[in-house]
Ligand binder design. Structure first.
Ligand code: SF4
Ligand code: FE
Length: 495
C-alpha cells in the first residue's frame, strides 16, 4: 500500500499540525495571486488555526475529542473515528458543539469524518453485490490515516453545469469530476469540486460523486483518496466577506482575530490515483446510496452551528450588559428566544444520533428523518439568531470607526469619550464585542454561520425532498382513519 505517513509519527498537537502543512508546494491562487505558503498567509491562517484547535482540544479533553482506533490500538482524533454505536454518534455532536463554541466558525473536519463513516458501509455493500474488494482497500486507507492522525477533506460537490442535464449529457464532460483515462496502474481524474471546506488544510482528499447516476454516467461513479499535494490539482481560494481585515495591520477590526472557515474550488487536471486508493469505480447503482448516507451523517453534523450560536448569544448578552439594559424584559425575552432556537437544533441533531441504526458493515447511521430536520432548522435558525443579536447590539455595530483609531492621539480620546456606554465598561471592550457580532452576522464568519448554514450539506430544498420521502403519509392517514372509524375501503384512490 502506498499511503505516506508523516516521518515524525502521528500528529498530536495544533502546533505539529500547522508544521505538517508547510512546504507542500500546493498550487493556490487567492485574489489572482499565487500563494507561496498558505500557512503564512494572513487571510488563510485563521482557517488553519480553526483546524489546529481540533488537535488542541483532543489534547486537553481526550474523552470529548479522541477515540481508540480499532485498527492501530492508538488514540486518534474523533474526527477520524468510525462510529459503531449511538454513543459514538452522540459524542461527535458534543465535540462539534464545543468546537463551535471555541472557534466561532467552521472548523472544517466534519466533511471528512462523515465521508469516512458513509464509505465504510457503502464500500461493504458494493462488494457484497458486485464481488469487488473496495472495503479492504478502504480499511487500509483508514488505518494509514489513523497512524498519522491526519486530516481528511471530503470532496463531494461538483460544479454541475446545466442542472437539467445528467453528467454525461453536459456540453463539457468536465463539469462533473470523472475518470478521463485508466491504465493498469490507476485512474486519471479531470473536473472540479466546488465549495470545498477546509481542503487546503487537509492532508488527504476523498472525492465522491455528488448525485444519483445512471448507467451512462459510469465514468462519473468514482470514489478515490489522494494527497492534497498530488500534481495536477489547483486550488482557487474563495473570498470571504471582510477577509482583508485579517491582512490589515493591527487586529481588532477583524472581529474574530484567530479563527475563520475556508472554502476553495479545486480543479483536477489529469490527476493520477493508483488503484489501491480507488473505492468505487463505475458502480453507478451505488452513487445515490453514498450521497444519501453521507448527507445523513453530515446534516446532523450541523449541530456545529449551535456552538457558534452559543458565542453569538453570549456576545448579544454582553452587548446588552455593556449598554446597561440586560435587566429589561424584552432583552431577556430575546435571549430566551435565541437560546430556545439554538437548543432546538442541538436537540434534533443529538436525537438523530441517539436514534441511529447499525449498517451491515458495522458502522452506525443516524436517523435520516431527524438528521434532515436538524439541517433544515439550521437553514433558518442562525438567521433569526443573527437578527436578534443585531437587534440587541444596536446600529453602532455597523457605523463605528476602525478600532485602530483608538490608539490615535487626537481621535482616540474622542472615541473613548463618546462611544462609552456604562461607565465601568472600557469603551474598547464594548466595541470589540460589537465587532464580533459584525464578524458573525455580516463579516467573515457570517460565511460559516449564515450562508453555509443555508447551503452546506445541501440547500433547504434538498432536505425537504428527503423529509417528503420519509414522511410516511399512508401510515399516518391509516392512523387517522382507524380512530375516526373510516373503513379502509372508503379511502380515496391515490390521485
Ligand atoms: Fe463541520 Fe459545521 Fe464546518 Fe460543516 S459547517 S465542516 S459541520 S463545522
Ligand atoms: Fe461545510
Amino acid at each position: 500500500m502506498t499511503f505516506a505517513s508523516p516521518a515524525t509519527g502521528p500528529i498530536r498537537s495544533g502546533a505539529e499540525y500547522v508544521a505538517s502543512l508547510r512546504g507542500r508546494g500546493l498550487r493556490v491562487f487567492l485574489m489572482g495571486e499565487v500563494v507561496a505558503e498558505p500557512v503564512d498567509h494572513p487571510i488563510i491562517r485563521p482557517s488553519i488555526n480553526a483546524v489546529a484547535e481540533t488537535y488542541d482540544l483532543a489534547g486537553r479533553d481526550p474523552d470529548l475529542a479522541t477515540a481508540v482506533s480499532p485498527y492501530t490500538g492508538e488514540r486518534i482524533n474523533r474526527f477520524l473515528h468510525l462510529a459503531t454505536s449511538t454513543e459514538d454518534l452522540v459524542a461527535q455532536g458534543r465535540m462539534q458543539r464545543r468546537l463551535g463554541q471555541l472557534t466561532g466558525t467552521c472548523f472544517q473536519r466534519c466533511v471528512g469524518m462523515d465521508a469516512l463513516n458513509a464509505l465504510h458501509s457503502v464500500t461493504f455493500e458494493v462488494d457484497a453485490r458486485h464481488g469487488t474488494t473496495y472495503h479492504q482497500r478502504f480499511l487500509a486507507f483508514v488505518t494509514a490515516m489513523h497512524r498519522g492522525n491526519l486530516v481528511i477533506g471530503g470532496a463531494m460537490t461538483d460544479v454541475k453545469g446545466d442542472r437539467s442535464k445528467a453528467p454525461h449529457e453536459q456540453s463539457d464532460p468536465d463539469l462533473y469530476l470523472h475518470v478521463a483515462r485508466r491504465t493498469e496502474a490507476g485512474v486519471y481524474l479531470t473536473g472540479a469540486k466546488a465549495h470545498q471546506t477546509g481542503c487546503l488544510n487537509s492532508h488527504w482528499l476523498v472525492v465522491m460523486p455528488t448525485a444519483r447516476l445512471g448507467p451512462a454516467d459510469r465514468d462519473y461513479a468514482i470514489v478515490a483518496a489522494l494527497p492534497v499535494e498530488t500534481p495536477g490539482l489547483t486550488f482557487l481560494y474563495g473570498r470571504q466577506s471582510c477577509d482583508t481585515r485579517s491582512a490589515e495591520p493591527g487586529e481588532p477590526d477583524a472581529g474574530n482575530v484567530r479563527f475563520s472557515g475556508q472554502e476553495a474550488l479545486i480543479v483536477f487536471e489529469n490527476v493520477f490515483v493508483p488503484w489501491d486508493r480507488v473505492f468505487l469505480h463505475g458502480e453507478t447503482d451505488f452513487a445515490a446510496m453514498l450521497v444519501e448516507r453521507f448527507t445523513c451523517y453530515h446534516r446532523r453534523s450541523y449541530v456545529c452551528k449551535t456552538g457558534v450560536g452559543d458565542v453569538l448569544i453570549g456576545a448579544a448578552a454582553t452587548a446588552a450588559e455593556h449598554n446597561g439594559v440586560e435587566g429589561a424584559s424584552h432583552v431577556r425575552d430575546k435571549l430566551v428566544q435565541m437560546t430556545h432556537l439554538n437548543e432546538t437544533v442541538y436537540g434534533v441533531g443529538l436525537a438523530a444520533s441517539h436514534q441511529g441504526r447499525p449498517m451491515a458493515s458495522g458502522v452506525m447511521l443516524p436517523d435520516e428523518m431527524l438528521a434532515n430536520v436538524c439541517k433544515h432548522h439550521v437553514t433558518s435558525v442562525p438567521f433569526e439568531l443573527g437578527r436578534l443579536a443585531q437587534d440587541l447590539a444596536g446600529g453602532l455595530m455597523v457605523t463605528m470607526p476602525s478600532l485602530g483609531e483608538l490608539a490615535d492621539p487626537s481621535v482616540g480620546p474622542l472615541l473613548r469619550k463618546y462611544l462609552q456606554a456604562r461607565s465601568d465598561v472600557p469603551t474598547e471592550a464594548r466595541l470589540r464585542i460589537l465587532r464580533l457580532i459584525e464578524n458573525m452576522t455580516l463579516g467573515r464568519n457570517a460565511v460559516g454561520y449564515l450562508t453555509e448554514s443555508l447551503h452546506g450539506a445541501g440547500s433547504p430544498e434538498a432536505q425537504r425532498i428527503q423529509i417528503r420521502r420519509g414522511m410516511a403519509l399512508d401510515v399516518k392517514k391509516e392512523l387517522a382513519r382507524r380512530l375516526a372509524g373510516v373503513d379502509p375501503a372508503d379511502a380515496a384512490e391515490p390521485g
